[in-house]
Design a protein around this ligand. Structure first.
Ligand SMILES: [Cu+2]
Length: 160
């Protein structure tokens, strides 16, 4: 009798785990920002892009998002966060969007760049920033043409 109850409980638990894992994804990535205003703006942008949950930490500059993989992607969320002015691991804000930020929200863009390594400058790889040119956008010292302008196309590029 006890065994049967355990079996039923285990089956129910597994069932709920599977349905939760089926679509829901969680991701953590770097988003530049300063204050509580930034937090609200970043989290709202993420939710606008389809995130079911979004939480940005001002100290670590990390945004944790949960989303339904059937309705949005991390890239979409990152593009939306950049659209409201915040550079992040997957997308860079335009100068116009950055300029619109409140004075206290104007984060240091050079420090932000350290969080999301960008080895591309004006369509060319910055000297010494890309050692492994085989698995990123940098081909022969030039950025892949498919890479969006202003976006860090060398997201997976690591200094070695
Ligand atoms: Cu702010």
């Amino acid at each position: 009798m006890k065994t049967k109850h355990l079996f039923v409980a285990a089956a129910l638990l597994m069932g709920s785990l599977f349905s939760a894992q089926a679509q829901s994804k969680k991701e953590v990535f770097h988003v530049a920002g300063n204050c509580g205003m930034c937090k609200g703006r970043i989290e709202n942008a993420a939710k606008e892009a389809g995130a079911t949950q979004a939480s940005w930490d001002a100290d670590s500059k990390k945004l944790t998002v949960s989303y339904d993989a059937a309705s949005t992607t991390v890239s979409k969320i990152q593009e939306q966060v950049a659209l409201v002015g915040h550079d992040n691991a997957g997308a860079k804000a335009t100068d116009e969007a950055y300029a619109k930020l409140h004075g206290c929200c104007k984060y240091d863009r050079t420090a932000a760049a350290a969080g999301s390594e960008s080895c591309c400058k004006d369509g060319k790889c910055k000297d010494g920033s890309c050692k492994d040119t085989s698995k990123d956008c940098c081909k022969n010292g030039q950025c892949d043409k498919k890479s969006k302008k202003g976006k860090s196309c060398c997201a997976n590029c690591t200094k070695s």
